[in-house]
Design a protein around this ligand. Structure first.
Ligand code: MN
Length: 430
């Protein structure tokens, strides 16, 4: 059943790693056709706004900073191994100066993975030394640039912020690691001071500038303008880090990429400080499916990765969570289910299928169920119902569902028996 839904997995070009926008050739979208239907119409019929996008995963750092979440050493190793297998471009494994256990986890992840592993550090000597001692390939240093954080978090002055940032970048540059600098709270920083800091750390040789929307106040259009402005003031590659306080984290990350950023920081299931970060699964699938740009990531591992992080973080994934929620590819209402039985692209994105993320499509029985779903499920279960019997069983399903009862296959079979529906094999035997 539902085999019709499986033919929209688009042919993908060979995986290119790393997918640096400067070196990769853009994938020219093939015309995808199904059943004679021209598929890329409407907003999907667009020129390519994005050349490429790299994925910096911070599940093990910002994700772990979720209130009430703490990963064990083993949890971190297991999640990092999954991210590495899937081809994630950078794994931010933690904050090495935080504790001995954290240091060991970061060190062992750096040793055991193929991808680039990053450690976080303040613009403070002991943090930088801990990160370097952990043997990471990339160090991410950050300093507050908004006045509110400079005064009431760092307890410093703008001049000290610039001086310490430049010193930290120079020290890391001398050590030979890849350097990423973040002006923390960039979206609440005066534009002239932000430019001053960006130009100073660029001059000091940072490889990357990450623009964090630390408190989640950006909107896609404003963030686009900000990233374009940043790109005009640096030769470093640009990365973005967005938060979901107003539900715009992934939209802002994608907007940053459209504006010229090469990479976005994301976390699995969007866990992280407060409302969390841009979601790994949303960002990757938006780039792959909506923009039709290959990230190089094995998206078929996404559902298993989400379940792993859900279990280890203790943060439940809501049913309506994009891509990985239980309802992401589930259908109950009569019109939708009937359409999906005929062709899953009728009421799914079409450019994203459950197979692409390692999930399965589900027809849920309940108050909104129609005859098509019931006939399909009865036939799957080996029944051979007449049209009258389908209608009678559907009525029973709807009434049961309306009482907020979950309708299981056992219930459905019971209804079928009570309505006198015959089994296909019984007919054969008779
Ligand atoms: Mn953050």
């Amino acid at each position: 059943m539902l085999s019709q839904g499986q033919f929209y997995i688009p042919e993908r070009p060979p995986v290119q790693l790393p997918c640096l926008s400067a070196t990769r050739s853009p994938w020219v979208r093939p015309p995808v056709q199904a059943g004679g239907i021209e598929f890329f119409q409407g907003t999907l019929d667009s020129t390519s706004e994005i050349d490429g996008a790299r994925v910096f995963d911070t599940t093990l750092r910002d994700g772990e900073q979720s209130p009430r979440t703490s990963f064990s050493y083993e949890d971190k190793r297991e999640i990092a191994a999954a991210l590495d297998r899937m081809g994630t471009h950078v794994i931010e494994a933690g904050f090495p100066v935080n504790s001995d256990a954290e240091f060991e986890a970061v060190r062992d992840i750096a040793n055991s993975t193929d991808t680039t592993v990053c450690g976080l550090a303040r613009v403070v000597d002991k943090d930088i030394e801990a990160a370097l001692d952990a043997g990471v390939e990339m160090v991410h240093v950050f300093a507050s640039t908004s006045d509110v954080q400079i005064e009431d978090s760092m307890h410093a002055t703008r001049e000290q912020v610039v001086e310490r940032s430049v010193d930290a970048v120079s020290r890391l540059q001398d050590a030979g690691v890849e350097v990423m600098f973040s002006p923390m709270d960039a979206t609440r920083t005066s534009e002239s001071f932000l430019v001053e800091v960006i130009e100073a750390v660029t001059e000091a040789g940072t490889d990357w500038i990450n623009i964090p929307d630390t408190c989640g106040v950006a909107t896609p259009r404003r963030f686009h303008d900000l990233i374009e402005m940043v790109c005009e003031h640096t030769t470093a590659r640009v990365d973005v880090h967005t938060h979901d306080d107003f539900g715009m984290a992934t939209a802002n990350a994608v907007s940053g990429i459209e504006a010229g950023a090469d990479q976005a920081q994301v976390s699995v299931n969007s866990i992280g400080e407060r409302a969390g970060n841009a979601a790994y699964e949303e960002f990757v699938m938006a780039i792959e499916s909506v923009y039709q740009v290959d990230t190089g990531i094995d998206t078929t591992g996404i559902t298993a990765l989400s379940r792993l992080v859900e279990e280890k973080s203790g943060v439940d994934v809501p049913g309506n969570k994009p891509v990985v929620g239980d309802n992401a590819f589930a259908h109950e209402s009569g019109i939708h289910a009937a359409g999906v039985i005929e062709n899953s692209d009728t009421f799914e994105p079409g450019v994203m299928t459950p197979e692409m993320v390692g999930a399965q499509r589900e027809l849920v029985l309940g108050k909104h169920t129609g005859n098509h779903s019931v006939r399909e499920r009865l036939q799957d279960a080996g029944f051979d119902p007449t049209e009258d019997q389908v209608r009678a069983v559907t009525r029973r399903v709807k009434d049961y569902g309306a009482e907020k009862q979950r309708v299981t296959m056992t219930d459905l079979k019971e209804f079928a028996k009570e309505e006198g529906v015959e089994r296909e094999q019984e007919e054969v035997r008779a």
